[in-house]
Design a binder for this molecule. Structure first.
Ligand code: URA
Length: 434
């Protein structure tokens, strides 16, 4: 078999066999297929697509390209969630302790933010001492002792994805359904959990811009999961405007803490309840969605989820004092309101623009590996559907550098549109795919 023939077959629109896909993935990881051939193949897949059968074969070849965790040794059933990313998406910080407090061990590997989209690992690093680099042994021990762990992706798991993703990033081949689905699901299969709820975001601040694409991606990932014997479902959620009010690492940790203490913004609380309840239902802890929801609401209301959060952060090396007193989180030097230039209803609040403003302030990175500033970001005071008077604050900018603050201010102003008529806000959840 030769890599060049496999590239040519995909270029000409033919489906690849399981053997061809396995040969290509193996050669990519071992280094016998050079980056220029992998890049050409990725572009051919991007342009010609893949059948479901090819996508399943690709996912499995990627999942088994490295170590595959066996969590059965530490817990009979483990759960996981995965968000396809967005702006203000601090959901793991709330959902993980909720489900763990209900007796469902959650074992999660998370990523860092890139471009407008934030990452859970960056957020958690705002907490002094929190370790994101657990070894596989430490990861398993924490699941067994505390029923909750959130660490960075280890290099041993699905190395084919790391290789492909780095090349996709620089060859304009990220937004491809089979490549995204295989990238996400290969890591999830290698991480060894039994139950997975996918939080597929759609809209201006998400990878998927249309509901149709989001549904297709969700269905594809649910099908792949079912094929390998996992219980998987997907929640399709809006990401046209940021989720909650806070955007930026320490600011989002604070909002998660507020939420666990019963003071979260309504949209964010509702989103966390829906996803957590879906995990509880899918794991078989509840009879139906209604019972799952009431269990989740109770865990939040009675403080069980908050207690689990503190236990988790401390077990993973984080300073308990910081989460008990969020004023000890990194703080930005400047706090400046952005005033509304006119009165009216907010009709648009572009999540991607808010995410890019956060990157300008230093909360995110343009290129992998760049350092970030955990203290900076944005806290919204108005969202779509709210009325604002002229000169009333739309949001507060948290910055450490005045020139970046000015640049972010301009970008943020462009994120808003106003209307005379009251618009209806976008729905929070579009559909749950099971
Ligand atoms: N998240 C991933 O892990 N992979 C993709 O390809 C896109 C989003």
């Amino acid at each position: 078999m030769r890599a060049v023939d496999i590239i040519a077959r995909k270029r000409d629109g033919f489906p690849l066999t399981k053997e061809e896909i396995e040969f290509f993935v193996k050669g990519s990881v071992e280094g016998s297929i050079p980056d220029y051939q992998i890049s050409a193949w990725l572009m051919a897949v991007y342009l010609k697509g893949m059948t479901i059968r090819e996508t399943v074969d690709l996912t499995l070849a990627m999942a088994f390209s490295g170590e595959v965790l066996d969590l059965k040794e530490v817990a009979p059933l483990t759960v996981d969630k995965h968000s396809t990313g967005g702006v203000g998406d601090k959901t793991t910080l709330v959902i993980a302790p909720i489900v763990a407090s209900l007796g469902l061990p959650i074992a999660k590997m998370s990523g860092r933010g890139l471009s407008f989209s934030g990452g859970t690992i960056d957020k958690l690093e705002s907490i002094r001492g929190y370790r994101v680099d657990l070894s596989v042994e430490e990861f398993k021990r924490q699941v067994s002792e505390h029923g909750i762990v959130v660490s960075g992706q280890t290099a041993q798991l699905a190395p084919a994805d790391a290789k492909f993703y780095a090349l996709r990033d620089v060859t304009a081949t990220v937004p491809s359904l089979p490549l995204i689905a295989s990238s996400i699901m290969s890591k999830k299969i290698a991480a060894g959990t039994d139950v997975l709820v996918l939080d597929v975001k759609v809209g201006k601040g998400a990878f998927m811009k249309t509901l149709e694409d989001a549904k297709n991606l969700a269905r594809l990932m649910v099908d792949i999961g079912r094929d390998v014997g996992k219980r998987v479902s997907a929640v399709i959620a809006d990401m046209n405007q940021p989720l909650g009010l806070a955007v930026g690492n320490a600011l989002e940790v604070k909002e998660a803490i507020d939420t666990l203490q019963g003071r979260g913004p309504q949209d964010f609380v509702e989103h966390c309840i829906v996803v957590a309840a879906e995990i509880v239902r899918l794991a078989g802890k509840a009879r139906d969605s209604r019972q799952a929801r009431s269990m989740v609401e109770k865990a939040l209301k009675e403080g069980k989820a908050w207690e689990k959060f503190v236990e988790w952060i401390e077990a993973q090396g984080g300073d308990r004092a910081v989460v008990e007193d969020p004023s000890l989180l990194p703080q930005a030097r400047y706090q400046e309101p952005l005033l509304s230039p006119r009165s009216g209803y907010i009709s648009e609040l572009n999540a991607m623009e808010v995410g890019m403003a956060a990157v300008i302030l230093g909360a995110g990175r343009e290129k992998k590996g760049e350092p970030i500033d955990h203290s900076v970001g944005i806290v919204l005071h108005k969202k779509i559907g709210n009325y604002v008077e002229k000169n009333e604050p739309l949001l507060t900018i948290y910055a450490n550098d005045l020139s970046r603050l000015e640049e972010a201010r301009k970008r943020l102003l462009g994120a808003f549109s106003w209307s005379e008529m009251e618009p209806s806000p976008p729905p929070l959840i579009y559909e749950v795919i099971r």
